[in-house]
Every structure is written in structure tokens, then in C-alpha cells.
Ligand binder design. Structure first.
Ligand SMILES: [Zn+2]
Length: 250
């Protein structure tokens, strides 16, 4: 069993707050509880004890801050970095359970949101800030979709961006816990990625212990059914293919 996307500081949805500034401040206050040095020390100590863990981090794209972020990250011995887009400007679009962030969907419009996400995702893929692109079609999280033609175009472009980046893509069960009720990425993106020879990791994006390896069997069945026979892992920072267990014979 391989779960490549685990958070060690629990972050539960907060109580709704009245303004975007307050909501953003609340996210900041929660995330500040994390201490990068303490986190790295704990994971490295676990490795010394022989536990099968790798030192990873989820890196959020902050436009215009790529160089500064790369500098900070270079000071740590990460085995793997998961690149993500959660923010479009000051909008934490995946926090659709928070009223002010949810309202932004109507203010910006669905088409603009999807377009801006793709632009940010392209910047992330070319930033050098990660080895794996996490939950690559996260913009669908709130189940707010553009029309079919635009969605198909979005998916084609996204696959082009991923394939030309040479990075691996996370296949995540977290979407099954969200409004969209679909894994990341969608089945059609996954099929195109497979055809393009893109490598994958598997992740639950667990924010609490009960979510670790969430729907793992279903996730393995899905990627195996799409034609993948391997995932990749990054022991000691070097990308290594790992064969998926063969399908059980009934
Ligand atoms: Zn994420």
C-alpha cells in the first residue's frame, strides 16, 4: 500500500467568517501551527527507526514567488514535493464550505475560474517546484462545471501541460469525499495521461488519521482498469517504479 499525500497537521473546515480577509486570516492562523524544521526532524527520525516513510511536502503555487519558495525548499532534504494549485489570487477556491469563498464562484464565473486555474497550473508545471502534480483537476471540486466543450478543451490542454512537463501525476481518492464525488483526475484525463506515458502516484490527501489510504482498493482498481501497471515512488529522492499488485482472481 502506497499513500503519497498525507497531512500531519489536522485541518478541519472552520466556522464561516464574514469577509474574505477574515477567512484568509483564519486559514493562515491554522497553517501557522506547522513548523517545517520539526516536521522534517520527525520524519527523518522515523526513517532512522526503519518506518517506510518518505519526506514530502505539498508546495502551493504562489505566482511571482517561485524563486523565493525554491530557495526555502532547497534548505531541506525532501524526497518528493507535490505541486498544487489551491489559490487563484486571494481566492482559496477549494474551501467551498466557507461562505465567502463559495460566493466567489458566482462573482468570478465558472468559465473564468477554470481558465485561471489552467493558467496557474501551467505555471506550476513549469516552476520546478515539484516532482509530482497533485490533484491536477482540483478546480472541479465544488461541482461547478463549464459546458462540455470547454471541459473537454480544459482536459486536453491540461494533459498537454502535464505530458510536456515530464512530471508524475497524483491519482487521488480525496475527490470522493468532496462535492464533486469523483477522483482526481477524471477518468478521461487519466486515460489520456496513460496514453501519453505519464507516470502516477496514489494518494488520499488525508487530513486526519481516519482518511489515510482512503478508498485505496477502489483507487488501485481504477488505475489498473485504466491500464496502469506501475506507480512511482521516490525513496531517498530517486524516482522508482513500483508494480501494482496483480488483480485478485475471483
Ligand atoms: Zn492539496
Amino acid at each position: 500500500m502506497i499513500d503519497y499525500h498525507l497531512h500531519v497537521w489536522p485541518r478541519e473546515p472552520g466556522t464561516p467568517t464574514p469577509t474574505p480577509a477574515d477567512a484568509t486570516a483564519q486559514v493562515w492562523a491554522t497553517e501557522q501551527g506547522a513548523d517545517l524544521d520539526a516536521y522534517c526532524d520527525a520524519v527523518l527520525a522515523a526513517q532512522v527507526e526503519g518506518l517506510p516513510v518518505e519526506l514530502g511536502i505539498e508546495v502551493d503555487l504562489l505566482p511571482g514567488r517561485v524563486e523565493a519558495m525554491a530557495k526555502v525548499l532547497a534548505g531541506y532534504p525532501f524526497d518528493v514535493r507535490l505541486g498544487s494549485v489551491h489559490w487563484l489570487g486571494a481566492w482559496l477556491f477549494d474551501a467551498y464550505g466557507t461562505d465567502v469563498f463559495a460566493a466567489e464562484w458566482d462573482l468570478r464565473g465558472v468559465e473564468t475560474a477554470w481558465r485561471d486555474y489552467l493558467t496557474a497550473f501551467g505555471e506550476l508545471a513549469g516552476s520546478g517546484l515539484g516532482e509530482v502534480l497533485a490533484h491536477c483537476d482540483l478546480i472541479k471540486i465544488a461541482r461547478r462545471f463549464p459546458d462540455l466543450a470547454m471541459r473537454a478543451d480544459f482536459e486536453n490542454r491540461l494533459v498537454e501541460v502535464v505530458a510536456s512537463s515530464g512530471l508524475a501525476v497524483e491519482v487521488s481518492s480525496a475527490g470522493w469525499r468532496k462535492a464533486v464525488a469523483e477522483q482526481y483526475p477524471s477518468q478521461s484525463i487519466l486515460e489520456q495521461l496513460h496514453q501519453a506515458g505519464v507516470e502516477i502516484t496514489l494518494g488520499s490527501d488525508a487530513h486526519v488519521p481516519d482518511q489515510v489510504a482512503f478508498e485505496y482498493g477502489r483507487l488501485v482498481d481504477l488505475v489498473r482498469g485504466t491500464g496502469f501497471t506501475h506507480v512511482v515512488a521516490f525513496p531517498a529522492g530517486s524516482k522508482t517504479p513500483i508494480a501494482l499488485d496483480p488483480a485478485p482472481t475471483a
